[in-house]
Design a protein around this ligand. Structure first.
Ligand SMILES: NC(=O)C1=CN([C@@H]2O[C@H](COP(=O)(O)OP(=O)(O)OC[C@H]3O[C@@H](n4cnc5c(N)ncnc54)[C@H](O)[C@@H]3O)[C@@H](O)[C@H]2O)C=CC1
Ligand SMILES: CC(C)CC(=O)C(=O)O
Ligand SMILES: [Mg+2]
Length: 400
């Protein structure tokens, strides 16, 4: 248990310290927040449950956070706001102005997930996903840190062989507010043959690549000192610029071994030899895809947390997965990625690492106790028991 606890907190801690080192703005914010904590110990959290399984897993995470915080004398003031499909239904907009305002006034944002079948027929510009993109851009949360570790207890239930995944500890550093999800022009039109077309633009500026590269190099420096930059520079100009800038920034980090990989090969190597990777730095869409893929090393998307940080305002803490409409409302979701995202929030924005430690230790304890939601349950595995989301939550509280 202690080993796994260390595994989880190492993957999350390292990136947080790095961010503080990279940007003085964040360092001073953290220490200011720490100073304030010693006075009032009330942390203002903007809570965004969103859609699908979002409310179910958020319930578990906020309860766990309050209990863990209470043990350390920390208090949380939750302000729940609308985002995604729920916001469209209530206000017509996927990100109401009020939500962004509350987010900006908070110490951190805890977000579950958005989207669902109900809104799938809307034009893409009006869908719940735009609310997610808008809050990331609105808070300039450009560095999305996605630790992908394989807890010891789950090495046998992984879809891959135990020897391949045991001890895997990867940090994916994904650029989050640029690239093809944001590039202009985008839209629909007609080509010269009169045929309808849809188009998007994959674009990065040098400063955008430089700042995410620095975050990744700093993270690698404190971890295994290996950084792999993933792009498609054999075909794409945007990737050629990416590679050039990463190499240039790399000159400032001679202690970090830099490698380059095309995205197609990286997607394959992640399954063939995941232990090759220490820190991966990549653009918005490649990081999105690679992190979902990396979740299969442990066996479920329901295990991967993330932090999206700007360095000059509140960060957004959200699981890697989406709203899982196929299991929403059935009490089947795995809440652990959401709980671990809350732990990342405590470690980074709130500077209360002891609360993070408690949350992570509780996650390890329920895994040690053999509790498995359906996504990580493998029938026939000794000393394990299939549980619902709510039961996993109740067991977490006991261990807190
Ligand atoms: N950050 C966010 O809010 C994201 C939102 N989405 C949105 O979510 C909706 C569904 O998208 P999908 O492609 O189905 O991706 P998804 O990540 O929601 O689900 C993919 C698969 O993983 C399972 N899964 C996901 N989280 C789980 C959990 N905590 N416990 C157990 N199983 C879990 C789902 O049941 C599903 O079978 C879409 O509207 C999509 O746009 C997708 C990704 C990220
Ligand atoms: C729904 C998308 C906008 C984002 C996504 O899939 C992600 O951030 O993982
Ligand atoms: Mg995704």
């Amino acid at each position: 248990m202690a080993l796994v606890s260390k595994q989880i907190s190492r993957a999350t801690q390292v990136a947080g310290r790095r961010m503080a080192a990279v940007r003085p703005a964040m360092a001073s914010r953290v220490s200011r927040s720490a100073r304030l904590n010693t006075v009032c110990k009330v942390h203002k959290i903007c809570v965004l449950p969103g859609d699908g399984i979002g409310p179910e897993i958020m319930e578990v995470a906020t309860q766990a956070l309050s209990v863990a915080g209470g043990k350390e004398g920390e208090t949380f003031e939750y302000k729940q706001c609308l985002i995604g499909g729920a916001a469209i239904d209530a206000t017509g907009k996927p990100l109401p102005d009020e939500t962004l305002e509350v987010a900006k006034q908070s110490n951190a944002v805890l977000l579950a997930a958005i989207g669902g079948y109900k809104w799938d027929t809307l034009p893409s510009a009006q869908r719940p996903e735009r609310g997610l993109l808008a809050i990331r851009a609105g808070l300039n949360a450009f560095a999305n840190l996605r630790p992908a570790i394989v807890p010891r207890q789950l090495a046998d239930s992984s879809p891959l062989k135990r020897e391949l995944v045991e001890g895997v500890d990867i940090l994916i550093v994904r650029e989050l507010v640029g690239g093809i999800y944001f590039g202009q022009p985008r839209g629909f039109g007609t080509n010269e043959k009169g045929e309808r077309i849809g188009y998007n633009t994959d674009v990065y500026s040098e400063p955008e690549v430089e700042r995410i590269a620095r975050v990744a190099f700093e993270a690698a420096r404190k971890r295994g000192k290996r950084l792999c930059s993933v792009e498609k520079s054999n075909v794409l100009e945007v990737s050629q610029l990416w590679k050039e800038v990463v190499i240039r920034v790399g000159a400032e980090y001679p202690d970090v071994e830099l490698s380059h990989m095309y995205i197609d090969n990286a997607a394959m190597q992640l399954l063939r030899n995941p232990k090759y990777f220490d820190v991966i730095v990549t653009g918005n869409i490649f990081g999105d895809i690679l992190s979902d893929e990396a979740s299969m090393l442990a066996g479920s998307l329901g295990l991967l947390p993330s932090a999206s940080i700007s360095g000059s305002g509140p960060g957004i803490y959200e699981p890697v997965h989406g709203s899982a409409p196929d299991i929403a409302g059935k009490d089947l979701a795995n809440p652990l990625a959401m709980v671990l995202s809350a732990a990342m929030m405590c470690r980074y924005d709130l500077a209360i690492p002891k609360v993070a430690d408690r949350l992570e230790a509780a996650v390890n304890a329920v895994l040690d106790a053999g509790l498995r939601t359906a996504d990580i349950y493998k029938a026939g595995t000794p000393n394990t028991r299939l549980v619902k989301c709510s039961e996993m939550g109740a067991e977490l509280m006991k261990h807190l």
